[in-house]
Design a protein around this ligand. Structure first.
Ligand SMILES: N[C@@H](CCC(=O)N[C@@H](CS)C(=O)NCC(=O)O)C(=O)O
Length: 223
């Protein structure tokens, strides 16, 4: 039995979705973020030393890092269904987007989350203007232009094909769902980018996505 160590409102939601798409039985072990820090509880460190979610166990295998988990599960259980054939342009794009999600898209989204929190968090009143100035400058020079470029790039890419890897839905679309949902929650993705918006609407309507929401519990990304 596959076990998913699932943190509320987190990347592990897409692992539940993947397992639902694959129609595999699995067990969900739930962990709750600390309400103040939003960090995972220390129990997760007993499963994997980094204490982050997702982590899965499948027999003797314990695996962290969502991209590795998606590749492992899709490769082992969903080869015909969710992984493009080897040696094709679709397979190369599959690999590209699988890495792009965490490697290129999540870092600026995380930076924006941190800077937004610095601006609005508690601090002595005389420090606030300085903190706002520093974080505003960093966002304007580095984070926001980068996010815009990334979103424009993805919008253009989905203008040339229906799914990230090609004409068929693949596990790369599942991996890409989280950064796009995070971008919609806090990264400037709105209906003005219609291809990305349609992507989100389409995946949210998939029955497997809906079933995963029922299994995972409330899913509300941090703003
Ligand atoms: N690149 C890792 C990131 C893992 C990660 O940061 N997970 C977040 C949940 S979205 C987490 O566990 N946060 C709680 C914490 O850092 O304590 C992955 O894709 O699995």
């Amino acid at each position: 039995m596959i076990i998913v160590h699932h943190l509320n409102n987190s990347r592990s939601q897409r692992i539940l979705w993947l397992l639902e798409e694959l129609g595999l039985p699995y067990e969900v072990k739930r962990y709750q973020r600390d309400a103040r820090t939003m960090l995972a509880p220390p129990e997760l460190r007993a499963v994997h030393p980094l204490g982050k979610s997702p982590v899965i166990s499948d027999g003797d295998v314990t695996l962290a890092e969502s991209g590795a988990i998606v590749e492992y599960l899709a490769g082992k259980y969903g080869r015909e269904k969710l992984v493009p054939a080897e040696g094709t342009p679709e397979r190369l794009r599959y690999t590209y987007w699988m890495h792009f999600a965490e490697g290129s898209m999540m870092p600026p989204l995380l930076l924006k989350l941190i800077f937004d929190r610095i601006e609005s968090g508690p601090m002595p009143f005389f420090v606030r203007p300085i903190a706002r100035k520093i974080s505003g400058t960093a966002k304007n020079i580095m984070v926001l232009p980068n996010l815009k470029r990334l979103l424009d790039f993805m919008e253009d890419e989905l203008g040339t094909r229906e799914w990230f890897a090609g004409a068929a839905f693949s596990a790369a679309d599942i991996q890409m769902s989280f950064p796009l949902e995070a971008a919609a929650a806090r990264g400037g993705l709105d209906e003005k980018r219609p291809k990305l918006w349609t992507f989100l609407r389409t995946i949210h309507a998939r029955p497997a996505y809906q079933r995963a929401l029922e299994k995972g519990g409330k899913y509300e990304l941090l703003r």
